[in-house]
Design a protein around this ligand. Sequence first.
Ligand SMILES: [Zn+2]
Length: 54
Amino acid sequence: MCECGKIHLFEVEFKLAGMTVVPTHKNCGDPLNEKQADNFQKDLVKSWGFDEEE
Ligand SMILES: [Zn+2]
């Protein structure tokens, strides 16, 4: 699992692992952990212009 502190939106790529697509950190090549994946998803949503309601 990736343990990098801060991951930029564009540093994430999606890799196929069997039947599932896993968000992976390009810089270290490791899959994002749960918290990182959660943050990434929020950043992604923001980049699309849909802000999540808290
Ligand atoms: Zn990383």
